[in-house]
Design a protein around this ligand. Structure first.
Ligand code: SF4
Length: 548
C-alpha cells in the first residue's frame, strides 16, 4: 500500500492533492484541464497545418499559453513593459507576438553540423539571438510562428528537435560534456541518455506529468551536472561489486521551497537506468500532486513520503524487483565542477572549455565556434550546465591556435573567476515573469569586477535571477541575486536584487541565507559586490575559500 497523498499516516486527506493513482482523475485546475482536453504533443501538427499558415492571431489561447511549451515554445515578453507590471498585468498583456524557442541538446552533445544548423536558424529566423542555458540547451528568441515548421525541418535534418524542451514533460537530460573522454570518468552515461531519449521523449506515456521533470545522468567524477538539484539524478559511483553504476537521487529543485535531492540508497546498473528512470517518472506521473501547481514538483512528493517509501513504491509497483543498496557519491573538497580550460582526454586528444559571457552568444558566434572546431580537426562540441561550451578532440599541436581563435571571439579559455562563475537567467529582455534585467547586468558586473579586483584569488559563484524563480540557481551560489524592485536613496522603486549569501553544492550543500536588508539596486550592484568580496579578503583566514 503506497502512502496516501498528504500524509504517510494512512489517513486519506480531506482534500485530495489530485494524485491519479489515488483516484483523483478529474482536473482540479486550469492547467490540468488543458492537459486533459488534449495531449500537449498534438500541438505540433496544428502548428504545421494551421497556425504557421494562418498566423499568430489564429492560435487557440489554450495552445498559445499551454501546449506550445510541449514543443519548446513560449511567447516572449512584449518589449517596453517594466518589471513593476509583471505581477499586475494579465498574461496576454505581457505576450509578444514572437516566441522563445528552446532547442533540446541531451547530454549537451553537438556535432559541427548541428551547431552550425542552430547558428543558421538563429541568423535566418531569430534576429541572431542565442543563449546557452544552464540546462545545456540553446535558447533562441524573436521566432515567428510562420517560421516554426521550417526551423523544425532544419533541426530534424541534423538530428535535433525542440520536443518536450518545456512543458510538464521530461525535459532535456543533463549529461557530462566529457562523457566518454574524461580520464577520471566513472561511467559513460551517453548510451543511457540516448536510450531514454529514443524510448520516452515525445511519447504520450509521459506527456502529461504533474509539472516539469528535470533529469541528470552522469558518470562525471566532478559531478558537473549537479545531481543535488534535479528531479531525478543518476550520479556515477562504483557499485558494491566494484562495477561502475549510479547512485539514485530524487526530488531536487530550487525556486520557491528549494530542496536538495534525496538519496534512495539504491545502486542502479547502467543497463537498468532507462527502466528505473521510467519507473521514477511513472511514480511522479501517477502519485505527483496535481491540485496546486506550486506543489506539483516531485520534491513535494518526496518530502511527503520520504525516500524509503518512495523507493518501496518504485520497486514494488513499478519495477517488480528490489534494487541493491549502493554507495553515495564520492565528492572531493573544493572540487571545481565545470570543465573550463585545456585538459588532456584519456584517448590522447585534448578538450578546450571556454566561457562566453553569462551564456549569451549569437547565431553568428555559434556558427563561428562550429567553424573554429572544424578548422582544428574536431567534430564534437558540448554545452555545459554552467552556460559554457567545450570543444573535444583537439590535438596538442593545435591547442595554441584554437585558444587564440576562441579568445579572439571573446570566448575565454582562461577566464577570470568572475567570467568563469557568473551566470544569469533570461531576465526582463524576454521573460514574462521577470522583474529586472539580468544578462547585461551580469556582463557589466563581470567587467567591473575584473577591473576592480583583477587578482581575486578564490572561486566565487555569482548568479543573477530576474525574479523569485531560480533558473540561474541563485540559492546555491556563493552570492545569489534575486531580482526584485527595491527602493533607492531617493525613495523611488527601481530594479534591484535581494542578496542571498553562502549557498553551495558539493560536500556540504547549503542554500544561501537571505538576510533581511541585504538588497541592492541594479545600478549599485558592482559597488555592493565589490564591498562583499573585499570584506571577505580582509577577514579571511589562510586558505579559507569564499564558500567556507
Ligand atoms: Fe524568467 Fe525568473 Fe526564470 Fe529568470 S528566473 S528566466 S526571470 S522565470
Amino acid at each position: 500500500m503506497p502512502p496516501t497523498s498528504a500524509s504517510t499516516s494512512g489517513a486519506r486527506p480531506r482534500r485530495g492533492e489530485g494524485q491519479w493513482a489515488l483516484g483523483y482523475r478529474e482536473p482540479l485546475n486550469k492547467n490540468e484541464e488543458n492537459k486533459k482536453n488534449d495531449d500537449g504533443l498534438n500541438v505540433q501538427q496544428r502548428i504545421i497545418d494551421i497556425y504557421s499558415k494562418a498566423g499568430f492571431d489564429s492560435i487557440d489561447p489554450a495552445d498559445l499559453r499551454g501546449r506550445f511549451r510541449w514543443l519548446g515554445l513560449y511567447t516572449q515578453r512584449a518589449p517596453g513593459i517594466d518589471g513593476g507590471k509583471t505581477a499586475v498585468l494579465e498574461p496576454e498583456e505581457l505576450d509578444d507576438r514572437y516566441f522563445m524557442m528552446r532547442v533540446r541538446i541531451d547530454g549537451g552533445q553537438l556535432s559541427v553540423a548541428q551547431l552550425r544548423a542552430i547558428g543558421e536558424i538563429s541568423t535566418s529566423y531569430a534576429r541572431d539571438t542565442a543563449d546557452v542555458t544552464d540546462r545545456q540547451n540553446v535558447q533562441l528568441h524573436w521566432i515567428r510562428v510562420e517560421d516554426v515548421p521550417a526551423i523544425w525541418e532544419k533541426l530534424e535534418s541534423v538530428g535535433l528537435s525542440t520536443m518536450e524542451a518545456c512543458g510538464d514533460t521530461p525535459r532535456v537530460i543533463l549529461g557530462c560534456p566529457l562523457a566518454g573522454i574524461d580520464a577520471d570518468e566513472i561511467v559513460d552515461a551517453t548510451p543511457q541518455i540516448q536510450q531514454i531519449n529514443e524510448e520516452y521523449v515525445g511519447s504520450s506515456l509521459f506527456s502529461n506529468l504533474p509539472r516539469k521533470f528535470k533529469s541528470s545522468i552522469s558518470g562525471c567524477s566532478a559531478y558537473c551536472t549537479n545531481h543535488e538539484i534535479n528531479d531525478v539524478s543518476f550520479a556515477g559511483v562504483v557499485g558494491p561489486d566494484g562495477t561502475p553504476g549510479y547512485d539514485l537521487l530524487v526530488g531536487g529543485g530550487l525556486s520557491t521551497n528549494p530542496m536538495f535531492a534525496q538519496r534512495l540508497g539504491a545502486f542502479v546498473r547502467p543497463d537498468q537506468v532507462s527502466e528505473v528512470w521510467a519507473g521514477v517518472t511513472a511514480v511522479f506521473r501517477d502519485y505527483g500532486f496535481r491540485r496546486l501547481r506550486h506543489r506539483a514538483r516531485i520534491k513535494f512528493l518526496i518530502k511527503d513520503w520520504g525516500p524509503e517509501a518512495f523507493r518501496e513504491v518504485l520497486e514494488k509497483e513499478y519495477l517488480g524487483y528490489a534494487l541493491p543498496d549502493g554507495p553515495e557519491v564520492d565528492m572531493r573538497e573544493g572540487q571545481q565542477r565545470d570543465h573550463i580550460g585545456v585538459h588532456p582526454q584519456r584517448d590522447g586528444g585534448n578538450y578546450v572549455g571556454f566561457a562566453p559571457r553569462v551564456g549569451r552568444v549569437s547565431g553568428t558566434l555559434l556558427s563561428r565556434i562550429a567553424g573554429i572546431a572544424e578548422e582544428h580537426g574536431s567534430d564534437r562540441i558540448r554545452t555545459t550546465a554552467d552556460q559554457k561550451l567545450v570543444v573535444l578532440d583537439v590535438e596538442d599541436r593545435r591547442l595554441d591556435s584554437i585558444t587564440a581563435a576562441l579568445e579572439a571571439e571573446d570566448l575565454q579559455v582562461r577566464p577570470s573567476v568572475f567570467r568563469r562563475q557568473t551566470m544569469a537567467c533570461t531576465g526582463i529582455e524576454f521573460c514574462k515573469l521577470a522583474i529586472v534585467e539580468t544578462k547585461d547586468r551580469g556582463s557589466e558586473l563581470i567587467d567591473e569586477l575584473e577591473r576592480r579586483l583583477p587578482d581575486f584569488p578564490e572561486p566565487v559563484t555569482i548568479n543573477l535571477n530576474g525574479c523569485p524563480n531560480s533558473c540561474a540557481r541563485i540559492q546555491v551560489a556563493d552570492i545569489g541575486l534575486k531580482g526584485q524592485l527595491v527602493t533607492d536613496a531617493d525613495g523611488r522603486q527601481v530594479e534591484g536584487f535581494q542578496v542571498h549569501l553562502g549557498g553551495g553544492m558539493g560536500l556540504t550543500p547549503s542554500f544561501g541565507r537571505k538576510v533581511r536588508g541585504l538588497k541592492t539596486t541594479s545600478a549599485e550592484l558592482p559597488d555592493y559586490i565589490e564591498r562583499v568580496l573585499r570584506r571577505f579578503l580582509d577577514g579571511r583566514e589562510e586558505d579559507e575559500s569564499f564558500a567556507s
